[in-house]
Design a protein around this ligand. Structure first.
Ligand code: XIL
Length: 348
């Protein structure tokens, strides 16, 4: 009997050990990603709707590479509204449908921006403070309601501060006062309580005054229970942008959700009309893309909204005053070192 028990134990140990033998087909480490679509947070692009309609290669690149889209211009006030209560949704709807068909998140940009008001409101509207508040409410709520349940989040207010931290003049600031910001967030939230609401601005990576102004505003809004959930850092940078300052800027969003919302990195810093792109510049650019990626990766998982490029290919970029190569894909849709740099960050 003892002999059988002994044998059973030996057999049992034998089988258990076999179960622990290494799997002969090695699997790649879990973090060995080969496409930005596999990144641990959404990677997005600002989308040019004309190109989306007319350039199949561009369309396919977006499908292959991004999980989030922001309309570059199609949801700006001048693009959506040609008069009070008069709307043209076609381009914005086209983009939203494209995104949803391809399982992409849609980031709404932007409800209130001094630079993109409709012509009619800049030039034909006048009224008391209450009338300005009413027209702002109407606009925000019409737009947010139209895209409700399709658009995940909104840049509710864009670029409210100057670089020195003072409020930037605009029809909204001039007619309503700084309260316009608080009201814009409340109105957007009323129209879609599920939407994630962002304040978006540029220059946090070089202007400490702007960071302070934003933080003071956010603290004041939160103390009044204003529904503000996230901070967008545009990060239109160049090859000299500092890693320390990029980190500082991303961390300055503190306990709100963080979005690097318009990333691009200029290599032609002097706007030289005869500039050309070369390997050395590509490497410097790659470094800055890596800094931004690392900074976002270090954000607490719950607060990482992701990184959106302002475009995707150098074929279509808003930085066109001089030749430049600001995006992670070149004009022929090939990956640049910047792209590989981001993968390196995720795979390290
Ligand atoms: C830019 C677009 O890329 C251009 O096509 C347009 O002519 C002007 O606006 N900050 C923003 C974006 O929040 O909306 C801007 O987009 C770039 C700067």
């Amino acid at each position: 009997m003892k002999k059988y028990i002994f044998l059973s134990i030996i057999l049992f140990i034998g089988f258990s050990c076999k179960g622990n033998e290494p799997d002969p087909t090695p699997k790649p480490p879990e973090n060995n990603i080969t496409s930005l679509k596999q990144a641990p947070f959404p990677i997005g692009a600002a989308v040019n709707v004309d190109a989306l309609k007319n350039d199949n290669e561009y369309r396919q690149l977006l499908i292959d590479e991004v999980t989030s889209v922001t309309p570059e211009n199609a949801m700006k006030m001048y693009a959506l509204s040609s008069g009070r209560g008069v709307y043209t949704w076609d381009d914005a709807d086209y983009l939203v449908n494209f995104a949803l068909e391809n399982n992409m998140r849609v980031h709404g940009h932007t409800l209130i921006w001094y630079h993109s008001n409709g012509w009619w409101i800049e030039n034909t509207f006048s009224g008391t403070k209450e009338e300005w508040i009413a027209v702002m409410r109407e606009y925000i709520q019409d737009v947010v309601t139209h895209f409700k349940s399709k658009v995940t989040a909104w840049d509710v207010v864009n670029e409210a501060f100057n670089d020195d931290g003072t409020y930037r003049p605009s029809i909204w600031y001039d007619n309503i006062g700084e309260e316009y910001i608080e009201l814009a967030f409340r109105f957007a939230h009323e129209a879609d309580p599920d939407a994630v609401l962002f304040y978006n601005d540029y220059g946090q990576e070089y202007s400490f005054n702007k960071i302070q102004a934003i933080n003071t505003m956010v603290d004041t809004l939160l103390a009044k229970n204003v529904p503000i959930h996230g901070i967008g850092l545009q990060m239109h940078m160049n090859i000299n942008s500092s890693e320390t300052k990029i980190n500082y800027a991303v961390n300055s969003a503190r306990n709100l959700i963080v979005h690097i919302s318009e990333l691009d990195v200029s290599v032609n810093t002097e706007n030289n009309p005869d500039a050309t792109f070369n390997d050395e510049l590509a490497q410097l650019q790659k470094n800055v893309y890596k800094y931004a990626t690392e900074a976002m990766l270090n954000v607490n998982e719950d607060l990482r909204y992701g990184i959106t490029f302002w475009g995707i290919t150098d074929k279509y970029s808003w930085r066109s005053s001089a030749p430049d190569w600001v995006l992670p894909f070149d004009a022929d849709f090939n990956k640049k070192p910047a792209y590989d740099g981001m993968l390196e960050v995720f795979n390290q």
